[in-house]
Ligand binder design. Structure first.
Ligand code: PMP
Ligand code: GLN
Length: 380
């Protein structure tokens, strides 16, 4: 058969590759980002309750209305922006589907989309599959902040959108008020959309506050704001997320959404409605993860890894240049196979040549797992 791949340069996601390697070599898996904590028994009971009560058929295409309403209220309270739950919020099968759908809405053949390296792995393939061209800009090397002057220079009439991720996977960097202002100035008179990936909105440390793109009246009018319950409630396997966007964008978003999944898991949507009624269920997550971050950092303080700053997410970057000259893929394989700790190399987050000695670990693990892993890492 004559067949041309839509994604010829794309292999299997590094997260799947490293988890498979961790399992094969029986290594502690600090690679793919997922928590190993129990889900709240209350949330499990709620899902059970709605399943037993018969909430087992298709949800409405845009999502259960009560859930859209509680998301709208939560966003209003936290970020002071009102989204109409009827016309501006859509429940998706995780953030991944929301990102893919939003990209499909705006990207046409030849359109360029600016994204920042290190970049989360799903953005560029989604742009390519829609005939667009990813335009990669490297975050500043010293502190992973956004080089706004370069962004300004890079924008052209082909630039259709910018994809932003804060808190940022894998660096843990969060955007500041200054970033928001720079972005407003850059986009206010331009026909450029924004896709804001905010899945780690509830994992921010050191009394800092997550800034949502919807806090800006200028930006919210041209943005898809995307989040996911998986990170907040230790439920990455349930794959429920959402997209908030102005009505004209949501209308198009739903046209595509309905033919990708139509609707997502019904009983879990109802369970989240009840669970979101208690704001403590999400407002305490920052503190929970800050303790985890500090616990892990403390444990590996005596190792030869250099611990980079992390302001949010459940990821920690480690510089191993004092330990080895191996490139990051080889070093990650070595740690997995020989040391028994699986990690993520950073080069797959780059499109161009990358030769730093940095790896990413996920600290969303029980203390005993972090203890075992750090004992091994200290010996490297
Ligand atoms: N964006 C980022 C930055 C992520 O790290 C992840 C997943 N870990 C996602 C999107 C995807 O989220 P979901 O699992 O809800 O699809
Ligand atoms: N986003 C998670 C990570 O960064 C993994 C999600 C996935 O496996 N696609 O590790």
């Amino acid at each position: 058969m004559n067949f041309k791949s839509k994604l010829p340069g794309i292999g299997t996601s590094i997260f799947a590759v490293m988890t498979e390697m961790a399992n094969r070599y029986n290594a502690i898996n600090l690679s793919q980002g997922f928590p190993d904590f129990d889900v709240s028994p209350e949330l499990i009971d709620l899902v059970n309750h709605y399943m037993k009560k018969g909430f087992n058929q298709y949800a409405p295409m845009p999502g259960v209305f009560e859930l859209r309403k509680s998301i709208s209220e939560k966003i209003s309270q936290l970020y002071n922006h009102y989204y109409n739950p009827e016309t501006e919020i859509t429940i998706t099968a995780g953030a991944t589907q929301a990102l893919y759908t939003a990209i499909s809405v705006i990207v046409n053949s030849g359109d360029e989309v600016i994204m920042f390296e290190p970049v989360y792995d799903s953005y560029a393939p989604a742009v390519l599959a829609n005939g667009g061209k990813p335009d990669f800009i490297k975050l500043k090397q010293d502190d992973f902040s956004i080089p706004w002057d370069e962004v300004e220079k890079r924008i052209s009439e082909r630039t259709k959108a910018i994809i932003l991720n804060s808190p940022h996977n894998p660096t843990g960097k969060i955007i500041s008020k200054d970033d928001l202002i720079r972005l407003e100035n850059l986009l206010k008179n331009r026909n450029i959309f924004l896709i804001s990936d905010e899945v780690y909105e509830h994992i921010v440390f050191d009394s800092k506050k997550h800034i949502s793109i919807c806090e800006s009246e200028i930006l919210s009018k041209k943005s898809f704001v995307i989040s996911s319950f998986g990170k907040t409630f230790h439920t990455t396997g349930w794959k429920i997320g959402y997209c908030a966007a102005p009505e004209f964008l949501t209308k198009e978003f739903r046209k595509i959404h309905q033919f990708i999944v139509f609707a997502v898991n019904t009983p879990i949507q109802y369970a989240y409605v009840d669970f979101l009624k208690n704001p403590d269920n999400y407002l305490t997550v920052n503190e929970f993860y800050q303790k985890k971050r500090d616990y892990f950092r403390d444990k590996i303080l005596q190792s030869r890894f250099r611990i980079l700053n992390t302001e949010g997410t459940y990821f920690q970057l480690l510089d191993y240049s004092a330990i080895s000259d191996k490139n990051d893929i080889e070093f990650s394989e070595y740690l997995t196979k020989e040391i028994g700790v699986a990690v993520i190399p950073l080069s797959p987050f780059y499109n161009s040549e990358y030769d730093e000695r940095i790896i990413r670990i996920c600290f969303a693990k029980r203390d005993e797992i972090l203890n075992k892993a750090s004992e091994k890492l200290i010996k490297v």
